[in-house]
Design a protein around this ligand. Structure first.
Ligand SMILES: [Zn+2]
Length: 68
């Protein structure tokens, strides 16, 4: 989970996702049905309810996306 926060801060984007992640930590509950992916190539953080085929940020193939 710390990795997510570092990525989000570095990119200075995805503030809503970061807020949700922090809320999730504070409440001790997982966020329902949403999976989080971080791209190894560009650091893009994405929340999705379905498996991604490509990175929405840089277009890297899905094997670059780490489900977290
Ligand atoms: Zn990417």
């Amino acid at each position: 989970m710390h990795v997510i926060i570092v990525y989000a801060l570095q990119k200075n984007t995805h503030a809503q996702l970061l807020t949700k992640a922090i809320e999730s930590l504070e409440t001790g509950k997982d966020i329902d049905i949403v999976d989080y992916y971080v791209c190894d190539s560009c650091g893009f953080l994405h929340a999705s309810t379905s498996e991604l085929k490509r990175c929405p940020g840089c277009g890297a193939d899905k094997f670059k996306l780490q489900k977290i």
